[in-house]
Design a protein around this ligand. Structure first.
Ligand SMILES: Nc1ncnc2c1ncn2[C@@H]1O[C@H](COP(=O)(O)OP(=O)(O)OP(=O)(O)O)[C@@H](O)[C@H]1O
Length: 241
């Protein structure tokens, strides 16, 4: 694989008194345009790994993290300039679209304005693409409404449209269907995967729902925890299932 996200020798350590949680990733390669699901028990580090990949969490010393492609970027090196540096925020905003568990839409902007926001922030305005996304995701009738007037499923679809609006190489979705009933969850996941694939964006999602992940044929990385020398250590392992 030549293009993609490559994370090597990565470590993030969380400490709370004597309690230590350590996420370790030896080698992880994520291909553009593909989907992968992070699975594992509650507390196994799925959100932590999503945060690390999405440049929301500073990795430990020795971590190598890069985007390889025509416009290669040393993603790990961006942290050297400080957590709040402008390059880090700019690259994070350009490389990733985020779908939180419950939409995360700005409540004072309409659905259409929420969807257009990443384009404004990344200076890549394209009203036609926003309209296409809103239509594809079945949101045309509610595009002028504020998020508070939408169902949870509609909010999730709006969050997917927003995550894809600036055509990021990867969408990061933390349990995007956890708040939905089974039928809505299927529809939202299908739309997320289809729309991302149509545009060539990869999807990195976390989920507890092994049946649904299997049904959609999404390859899995399972986060497995072990107790090592009094610490909880979690590692992602590719699942043959
Ligand atoms: N300050 C801290 N010190 C030590 N451990 C911590 C600290 N903060 C969080 N943790 C631990 O980090 C681990 C990873 O949490 P994370 O939210 O990534 O898990 P998760 O797999 O996403 O869980 P869930 O499925 O419940 O959302 C948890 O076991 C949590 O207890």
């Amino acid at each position: 694989m030549q293009n993609g996200l490559f994370l090597n020798d990565a470590e993030v350590t969380l400490r709370d008194g004597d309690r230590v949680f350590r996420l370790r990733v030896d080698d992880l390669a994520l291909e553009p345009g593909r989907a992968v699901a992070l699975t594992g028990a509650s507390g196994s580090g799925k959100t932590l790994l999503l945060e690390l990949l999405g440049l929301l969490r500073k990795p430990g010393a020795g971590t190598r993290y890069r985007w390889a492609g025509p416009d290669a970027i040393d993603l790990g090196g961006l942290w050297a300039l400080g957590v709040r540096n402008a390059d880090l925020a700019r690259v994070r905003g350009r490389m990733f679209g985020f779908v939180p568990q419950t939409g995360g839409l700005l409540p004072f902007l309409s659905v259409a304005e929420n969807v257009a926001l990443p384009q404004r922030l990344n200076a890549c305005e394209d009203a036609g693409w926003c309209r296409d996304l809103i239509q594809t995701l079945g949101l045309s009738d509610v595009a002028a409404l504020l998020p508070g007037a939408l169902s949870i499923g509609q909010r999730q679809r709006a969050a997917i449209a927003r995550a894809l609006a600036h055509r990021p190489p990867f969408v990061i979705a933390d349990e995007p269907t956890a708040a939905l009933d089974s039928d809505s969850a299927d529809r939202v996941l299908e739309l997320l995967l289809q729309t991302a694939r149509a545009h060539g964006s990869g999807v990195i999602l976390s989920s507890h729902d092994l049946d649904r992940i299997a049904r959609f044929g999404i390859p899995r990385l399972q986060l497995n925890t072990r107790s090592e020398a009094g610490e909880i250590v979690s590692r992602p392992e590719a699942c043959p299932c």
